[in-house]
Design a protein around this ligand. Structure first.
Ligand code: GNR
Ligand code: NI
Length: 172
């Protein structure tokens, strides 16, 4: 397994719409293994393939506690088939928007249909942090980041900070 580089805002690649996976092959499984290792290394609870520069509709999630990350979930071509009208608020962060956090409202429960690590069709009812995380990750597949739900003023302020914090390296 390999730790891959996580793209960060304002990288335009993050704004792409990811493509449906036609078949879950060893290539996809290798990608999922790398994504999991990359996510653990970065102390995240979820990761979408586009965050490591691969525009495929693939997510990994592990809500397990830091020292005990052992409940990995893999989602290929996830689709929300039901979501609750009731909203829940969580303080969200994103590995592609480093060190920035904001409270975001999302449906508090959702049902998602997807293919698992072996390409088998599954349905999962999610609530709590899992429901929020799934929706956050699925937004990545559409090129959406959590900062898009903030006011333009707040979003532009965050993007400006991220741009400043990453100076171009020059070689003399
Ligand atoms: O690590 C992450 N934590 C998190 C917290 C609240 C809501 C969503 C998330 S997902 C995020 C990792 C990430 O950027 N996934 O795309
Ligand atoms: Ni994210």
């Amino acid at each position: 397994m390999t730790i891959r580089k996580i793209l960060t805002e304002p990288d335009k690649f993050l704004r792409q719409i990811s493509k449906t996976v036609l078949k879950v092959t060893d290539d996809e499984r290798r990608l999922m293994d790398d994504m999991l290792e990359t996510m653990y290394d970065a102390n995240g609870i979820g990761l979408a393939a586009i965050q490591v520069g691969v525009p495929k509709r693939i997510l990994v999630i592990d809500l397990g506690k830091k020292e005990n990350k052992n409940m990995p979930l893999f989602f290929v071509n996830p689709k929300i088939i039901k979501k609750n009208d009731k909203l829940a608020t969580y303080e969200e962060g994103c590995l592609s928007v480093p060190d920035q956090f904001a409270e975001i409202d999302r449906p508090n429960k959702c049902t998602v249909e997807y293919l698992d690590y072996n390409g088998k069709k599954k349905v999962l009812d999610a609530d709590g942090l899992l429901a929020t995380c799934l929706q956050h990750e699925m937004d990545h597949l559409e090129g959406i980041l959590f900062i898009d739900y903030l006011s333009k003023l707040k979003r532009d302020y965050i993007i400006k900070k991220l741009t400043k914090s990453k100076p171009d390296r020059i070689v003399v």
